[in-house]
Design a protein around this ligand. Structure first.
Ligand SMILES: Nc1ncnc2c1ncn2[C@@H]1O[C@H](COP(=O)(O)OP(=O)(O)OP(=O)(O)O)[C@@H](O)[C@H]1O
Ligand SMILES: [Mg+2]
Length: 234
């Protein structure tokens, strides 16, 4: 479904990603693990068209998408749920969600999709008139995910959804991510919560200093020394 090949990305003259390659199949959860500053967000931004790669290519559902603008990539069915949620704090929950329905492909189905999102997150329906900036962190993450789903994606890339949330809310977010995969949406998940992430992911890639240093099935990676020492503290 997604094939990233030999990506290099720079900020000005500083190279941040080096020869990054990986794939995601339909209905897979693939995790991307790495320390602060490893380049995870840079990689997601390069895939979703926020940044342009200096070399390499990105193929999504058979189309080359590197070089396309973000809005064109969303139109093709790839949704990016960004780090830090990036909500419109002075707009209501409902208005934030509707902002996700701008692709032409889905605009007509906005009401139907909104009802589906409310079914997935009943709490958001109860709070649809509340200003997003007044929600709790967990509720804001749900709005960010709901907004990402309003474009009816085939692939969702999600950057650190559990950041700053209480364990019980993290469990809920992870359950929802598994539910999305079960509905047929592929997931690329960036997380620092490595144990729980490897428990729900099918496969994972480890990024260090902008390079992929390890890849494999999640079950196997949970046994790897590098993962156990550097990311699980065992
Ligand atoms: N806009 C920018 N301009 C210049 N350098 C940047 C910019 N954004 C990120 N960087 C640098 O690129 C490197 C990778 O950053 P990135 O945000 O991709 O890491 P990350 O793995 O997502 O980290 P975190 O876990 O903290 O979110 C870092 O050295 C960072 O300082
Ligand atoms: Mg990041």
């Amino acid at each position: 479904m997604l094939a990233v090949s030999n990506l290099d990305t720079f900020y000005g003259k500083i190279q941040t990603l080096w020869d990054v390659s990986f794939t995601i199949d339909e209905t897979e959860i693939v995790a991307l693990i790495g320390a602060n500053g490893a380049g995870k967000t840079t990689l997601l931004n390069t895939i979703s068209g926020v940044l342009q790669p200096a070399a390499g290519n990105v193929e999504f559902l058979g189309n080359r998408i590197d070089g396309l603008q973000s809005h064109a990539i969303v139109e093709l069915g790839l949704s990016h749920i960004p780090e830090g949620r990036k909500l419109f704090p002075d707009m209501s929950v409902r208005e934030n969600l509707e902002m996700g329905a701008y692709p032409k492909r889905v605009w007509q189905r906005k009401q139907e999709t909104l009802a589906e999102v409310y079914q997935l997150f009943p709490l958001l329906k109860a709070r649809q008139g509340q200003l997003a900036g007044t929600l709790s962190g967990g509720e804001q993450q749900m709005v960010a995910m709901g907004r990402g789903l309003m474009s009816r994606p085939r692939l969702c890339i999600i950057d650190e959804p559990s950041s700053g949330l209480a364990p019980i809310v993290v469990d809920e977010i992870f359950n929802i991510i598994q539910g999305l995969r079960d509905q047929g949406i592929a997931i690329l998940l960036v997380e620092q919560n490595v144990q729980q992430t490897l428990e729900i992911a099918d496969r994972a890639y480890v990024l260090e200093n902008g390079r992929v240093v390890l890849a494999g099935e999640s079950k196997q990676l949970l046994q790897e020394d590098l993962i156990r020492k550097a990311y699980l503290g065992i």
